[in-house]
Every structure is written in C-alpha cells, then in structure tokens.
Design a protein around this ligand. Structure first.
Ligand SMILES: [Zn+2]
Length: 152
C-alpha cells in the first residue's frame, strides 16, 4: 500500500472529497475534507461523453458533454471560484489555497456555452454577475426580468 505522500508523488490525487448538502437553494455541492494548495490537481474525472446537455453534465468541447461523473457534476458555481476544470486533461485544479471543509466551486461559464438552466447567483463575490448564463448565450426572459428588478 502506498502512503498518501507516495501516491501524491506519482500524481494520483488524494481524493478526500465529499458530495454534500450546501444549505443553499442549489442543493448538492462538493467539499474538500483536507486543505489544498494552489495549483494542486484535486481530482481526475471520468464519465460518459455524449451530445446531450443534462442537468449535471459539463461541456467537454462544443457539442460534447460529460455526465455520470462522481464529483464534478455536483460542483457549485461561484463568480470567483476556488477551482477550475481542465477539460483536456480531465482534471479539477485548485486556483488558490483552500482550507479543509470548504466548498469547491467553479465558474460554470468557463466550460459551458449554454447552461441547462440559467439561475440567479448569490455567491457574494465582488465580481458576482448576479445572473448566470453560458458563455455564448444572453439572459433568458426570467434573467432579463431579474436583472431589471428594482434594487431592494
Ligand atoms: Zn456570483
């Protein structure tokens, strides 16, 4: 049995990830059970790649989406995420140091041309876009109404 350090040295990520409830309207999320370093490969993903856009799928390239993944389909969105997906290498990578217990987040617009469902974002980032769409689409009718709403 390799120790965790040995398997890290060979480049096999130590998983220590948990799909959990986020206490938010978005349902499930993914938490890291140990601290991560900036640039660390947190997870290597596999799944089923096909032409269909699904609720928990992620876009691998235009017209191709990966689904039935164990982790990445449950990542929460943030406009200032702590992780990114490398779709060529099938890796989830830390964008900064992440303490143990933190939710892992990605920016959905980084990979998705079109979202399965657009949504209002309350991520709290200074750069929050407030209404999240894919990178090649504008806000839908609900989004335009949300953006035009009077300030509270
Ligand atoms: Zn946001």
């Amino acid at each position: 049995m390799p120790t965790p350090n040995e398997s890290q040295a060979r480049g096999a990520p130590d998983e220590a990830l948990e799909v959990c409830d986020t206490d938010s309207e978005y349902g499930l999320g993914v938490r890291t059970l140990r601290a991560r370093r900036k640039g660390e490969v947190i997870h290597r993903f596999t799944g089923v790649v096909g032409p269909e856009l699904k609720q928990h799928s992620l876009q691998v390239q235009p017209g191709l989406h990966i689904s039935e993944t164990s982790i990445i389909g449950f990542l929460s969105h943030s406009c200032d995420p702590d992780c990114r997906l490398d779709m060529e290498r099938s890796e989830l990578v830390a964008l900064r140091d992440i303490p143990a217990g933190d939710l892992l987040t990605i920016d959905y617009a980084e990979t998705e041309d079109v979202l399965f469902r657009q949504f209002a974002c309350h991520c709290g980032a200074r750069t929050c876009r407030h209404w999240i769409t894919g990178r090649l689409e504008g806000p839908n009718a609900e989004g335009r109404a949300y953006i035009a709403r009077p300030a509270p």
